[in-house]
Design a protein around this ligand. Structure first.
Ligand code: UFG
Length: 342
């Protein structure tokens, strides 16, 4: 196979895992990143895991239209997977213009550059955040989208619409798949790549692992009075390697012309709701560590319960999540220990 995939934001948490799986499946990969929100740790880790010292890296700011265009001129790109975006919910509330400018401009430039070169396949990393607080769970791809609770979430909804409209107007030049991720967690089993949050983590699992290693004093569980079985929120935690493999299935589906529509949407989740408390207990049990945690007030903007109905991705793409929460939490802990040199 001689197909080339451009991975924008390819040095980040999801991008690095996807790069590993694309290379394993035989694709040529070009990693593009401006390292504005990550360092080189994961890129170096990808090279180690795959033995690909020659892996192309382009330091690109996709907000610059000329830079985006230059990449499409330089490589024969068959598909682009677009991850390059800011992703901190709280920060987006404080700095909305920064989020709208970065997340929308970079995507517009990627789409324009792809069109200028005659088109290609586009995979967009969307999020379950587009469902807001759903009226009914689990959510299918038909579940109505709701207004997002943050500018970050709005950028996902807006990019979905921009892509859909652009594909429609492209007269077959662009084909696209939108993957709506639920809660990606964990790390590669090699412990050479994983999540590397800057500063205090917003997300649950990095906060858990940093507390367990002693970097944070105490985990706050936000809210124990939700209308759920144990009072804490329910989410669909998806293993990062399972999630990465979904991208390979999606890219192959586009490349092999198996799509039923020019713009398809798939939920990428396990279909399994897990509460915050269950996750904390599972982490302690599987890793044999005691976690310092306390209940704290609800975090503004959190939805009570959301998990995926992944039937469509299972049936249409042939992809299915395979890892247990326990395996994933072991990998997350191994990564944190690797970072600490333990
Ligand atoms: N939580 C805690 N303590 C923490 C961190 C999180 O109790 O220190 C809880 C949250 O309240 C929530 C659950 O753990 O109930 C999961 O929280 P995360 O921050 O890990 O994930 P979210 O479900 O809030 O975030 C996900 C995606 C975002 C997306 C958001 C929108 O990671 O990209 O859904 O709902 F924007």
């Amino acid at each position: 196979m001689d197909k080339t995939v451009l991975v924008s934001g390819g040095a980040g948490f999801i991008g690095s895992h996807v790069t590993v799986e694309l290379l394993a499946a035989g694709y040529n990969v070009v990693v593009a990143d401006n390292f504005s929100n990550c360092d080189r740790t994961c890129f170096e880790g990808v090279k180690k895991i795959t033995g690909r010292e020659d892996l192309p890296l382009e330091v690109v700011d996709f907000c610059n239209a000329d830079e985006a265009k230059a990449i499409f001129e330089k490589y024969p790109i068959d598909a682009v997977i677009h991850f390059a975006a800011f992703k901190a919910v709280g920060e987006s509330v404080a700095k909305p213009l920064m989020y709208y400018k970065n997340n929308l401009q970079s995507f517009l430039n990627v789409l324009q550059a792809a069109l200028d070169k005659g088109g290609c396949n586009v995979l967009f990393s969307s999020s379950a955040t587009v469902y807001g607080e759903p009226d009914k769970v689990p959510v299918t791809e038909e579940t109505p989208r709701k207004p997002a609770t943050s500018p970050y979430g709005n950028t996902k909804t807006m990019c979905e619409d921009i892509l859909r409209d652009t594909v429609k107007a492209s007269e077959g030049k662009l084909k696209s798949i939108l993957l709506r991720y639920f809660n990606p967690i964990g790390a590669h089993p090699s412990a050479l790549i994983g999540e590397l949050p800057r500063g205090v983590p917003n997300n649950l699992v990095p906060f858990i692992t940093q507390t367990a290693i002693g970097k944070r004093e105490c985990l706050s569980i936000f809210g124990n009075d939700y209308p759920t079985p144990d009072g804490t929120c329910l989410r669909d935690y998806i293993d990062i390697v399972d999630l990465a493999k979904a991208h390979v299935f999606a890219v192959t589906r586009m490349m092999e012309g198996k799509m039923k529509q020019d713009c398809e949407v798939f939920n990428v989740g396990t279909g399994r709701p897990v509460s915050v408390l269950e996750l904390v207990n599972a982490f302690e049990k599987v890793n044999g560590v005691k976690l310092n945690w306390k209940f704290a007030p609800r975090r503004p903007g959190d939805v009570t319960a959301i998990w995926a109905d992944p039937t469509l991705a299972n049936r249409e793409m042939g992809w299915k999540a395979t890892r247990t929460v326990e395996e994933t939490l072991k990998a997350a802990w191994a990564w944190e220990k690797h970072l600490a040199g333990k």
